[in-house]
Design a binder for this molecule. Structure first.
Ligand SMILES: [Zn+2]
Length: 269
């Protein structure tokens, strides 16, 4: 079923579906998941860590991931938080991913009836690469859970904010933003209360990348270590910084910045 069958977007909420206590110079990091409530069901933008990831962290996430000090709290899983809000797993019909890294894809396993949307480039990198770096970020058990329900798009015929994009719904647009991974996309959401939001995934990791004096000029050590292509990462941070400086531009946030998360979560209550 295509995502347009969900009807119009009614409400947008923000969940943290995975805290990391590796502080990287600030408060604990979050995994920012956007819940889009449509007339006829829900869609998630990214999915954080899932209940199986938390319960079997060493095998699901790999031992190296523990260096980020994930809290591994089952109460943070999207399915648990949605249940507390009165929704069931079956209400989630679609999941639109920024990319297929373990901390963005994991929660999708808890929503077996959801179609998972990602770029065809990301889908093929995640499922066919066998090098050591790919095995750290793309986890086989998570990929198996969405294998027969992943829809990869390869055309970007639409335009939003002057960027090429793929409208998966009139209110949700995937904008290619490679660098962190080859098929990484930022996902724009037309929030009926706030206007356009842009979930930039891991295109940057701290709000200073797109605001203030250092915007677009340097990428951090962590970003460098995790980047598939540093030149593209840097170039896209420049484009995002330019977009953030526009008066009528979208509100831009990344997946892991706790300050950006808190501001949006509080304002959307
Ligand atoms: Zn991430």
């Amino acid at each position: 079923m295509g995502m347009r069958a969900l009807g119009s977007l009614r409400r947008v909420r923000h969940l943290n579906c995975g805290t990391f206590r590796a502080r990287l110079g600030g408060p604990a990091l979050v995994s920012h998941v956007v819940v889009c409530e449509f007339e006829h069901g829900l869609a998630l933008i990214d999915s954080g860590l899932g209940t199986d990831d938390v319960a079997h962290a060493n095998s699901r996430l790999g031992v190296g991931f523990r260096l980020l000090l994930p809290t591994l709290d089952p109460a943070e899983a999207a399915v648990t938080q949605l249940d507390a809000m009165g929704f069931s797993a079956a209400d989630v019909a679609h999941i639109v991913l920024t990319h297929m890294d373990l901390d963005h894809l994991g929660g999708a396993a808890d929503f077996p009836s959801a179609t998972v949307h990602t770029s065809a480039v990301e889908q093929s990198s995640a499922t066919t690469r066998t090098d050591a770096a790919a095995k750290v970020r793309y986890r086989a058990p998570q990929l198996r859970a969405v294998k027969n329900r992943t829809s990869g798009y390869s055309d970007f015929p639409d335009e939003l904010f002057g960027f090429a994009g793929h409208m998966v719904h009139d209110s949700v647009c995937a904008i290619p933003m490679p660098g962190h991974t080859a098929g990484h996309c930022a996902i724009a959401i037309d929030d009926p209360q706030r206007g356009w939001l842009l979930h930039a995934g891991d295109a940057f990791h701290h709000r200073r990348a797109i605001t203030g004096q250092s915007s677009g000029r340097s990428i951090s050590m962590v970003e460098t270590a995790l980047a598939d292509d540093r030149r593209q990462l840097r170039e896209n941070q420049r484009r995002l910084a330019d977009l953030a400086a526009r008066t009528a531009g979208p509100q831009i946030f990344c997946a892991h910045d706790p300050v950006q998360f808190r501001a949006l979560a509080d304002s959307a209550r």
